[in-house]
Design a protein around this ligand. Structure first.
Ligand code: TRH
Length: 370
């Protein structure tokens, strides 16, 4: 059923790293399962640090308009599966090339519209539905909506087959030494966020009270998280509130890590702050307590998405309240009840591990629709 197929995955980078992060992870996962993948992306620059070694079976191609000579690759290895990530419209030349090949007697490709992740109920309703193409060279074909998700009625979550084994064999002390992170046994907390208004309060809490009264070593991700922390600790008003310097808090600023090392970071920490679509799933698999800063949308649609996610977690009241504060306009945070958060995340992880992952489900879906 899972014979090797030629996949063409299309990705437009809107902002941040989630679009390319998900598309790369999916490409690498499919290739590791014996599939051939061409990843067409309009801005591949982040792959230099996210996936410096590339992956056998994945070819990254620039998605420029028009596609020019690269389109010829579709002749040498015709497309069998088209994946349009997050509603990006696939280049018309590609569709035209697929139509030509079908007229020449080839099978039409399975066309997948890979959607954003949400725990909201519409996901189960819409997963797997067809969207007939009305016009153009492929009128009458269907695109299939494929929704990642957290319940058995959805497309599942990206989870490489060897992930749990790698995690079980992970050596935190060795990894920290490799990263040249000086660690003297403090609680390790990773921070990957946008600019949460409550960040100043979080740093204040850690400096004064640590985490459960123990010193905290904060590992700050490169980019917006690092800039946000630096903005807080260089603020005069904040500094004045810190009579003892940083007290129980120490900070390391990380370089941009590969996706593999980003996972290692989440496995190494006692608490993870993550953001966006991809890192929240990785935090779930890490199985450590975490706090999610959801990607904010102008129409506030993210707030319903956040509530649905907290419902899915069956989050204890303190985890719910903390998320609301971390994602809201307020500046004050509440206490962190790490023990109950750990229990909650471990239970969800266990449940999710019992469901088929996204790569497995996608392969089955494509085999059925071929
Ligand atoms: O970067 P993000 O905020 O991306 C966002 C969200 O996905 C959002 O839902 C989407 O709509 C928007 O992009 C367009 O967060 P996310 O999704 O966690 O993606 C970050 C990726 O970067 C993830 O694959 C992990 C990776 N990463 C590394 O590989 N190394 C690093 O050092 C860091 C900080 C991140």
């Amino acid at each position: 059923m899972n014979r090797s197929r030629q996949w063409d995955i299309f990705c437009k980078v809107i902002d941040n790293h989630g679009d390319i992060g998900v598309c790369w992870r999916l490409s690498a996962d499919l290739a590791a399962r014996g599939q051939q993948v061409r990843l067409w992306v309009d801005d591949a620059s982040a792959l230099q640090w996210m996936a410096p070694a590339g992956h056998a079976g994945v070819t990254v191609l620039p998605w420029l308009e028009p596609l020019g000579l690269n389109i010829l690759r579709l002749d040498s290895a015709p497309c069998e599966v088209l994946v349009e990530a997050f509603g990006c419209d696939i280049a018309p030349e590609v569709i035209a090339a697929c139509a030509d090949r079908q007229r020449a007697g080839c099978q039409k490709p399975v066309w997948i519209n890979l959607e954003y992740l949400s725990a909201e109920p519409y996901v189960e309703r819409c997963h797997g539905l067809p969207s007939p193409v009305q016009r153009g060279p492929v009128a009458g074909w269907s695109k299939w909506f494929f929704y990642p998700g957290f319940t058995p009625g959805t497309g599942g979550l990206l989870r490489e087959p060897d992930l749990m084994l790698r995690q079980a064999n992970f050596d935190r002390t060795a990894w920290l030494a490799e990263q040249r992170i000086e660690w003297a046994g403090q609680k390790l907390v990773s921070l990957f966020c946008y600019e949460p208004p409550a960040l100043a309060d979080l740093l204040h809490q850690y400096a004064h009270a640590g985490l459960g009264r123990q010193p905290v070593h904060l590992l700050v991700a490169a980019g917006r998280a690092a800039s946000a922390v630096q903005a807080v600790i260089s603020d005069q008003k904040w500094l004045q509130s810190m009579s003892d310097g940083l007290g129980l808090l120490s900070i390391s600023y990380l370089p941009l890590l590969s996706q593999t090392d980003f996972d290692h970071l989440l496995w190494a920490c006692d608490l993870n702050f993550v953001r966006g679509e991809d890192s929240v799933v990785r935090a779930l698999w890490a199985g450590k307590p975490f706090v999610w800063q959801i990607y904010p949308q102008d129409d506030q649609a993210h707030l319903a998405k956040l509530q649905a996610f907290l419902g899915l977690l069956d989050a204890p009241p303190s985890l719910r309240a903390f998320h609301e504060a971390w994602n809201g306009p307020q500046q004050d945070l509440l206490a962190m009840d790490i023990a109950s958060w750990s229990e909650c995340i471990r239970a969800v992880r266990q449940r999710l591990l019992g469901q088929p992952d996204l790569g497995t489900q996608l392969l089955e879906f494509v085999a059925k629709k071929s």
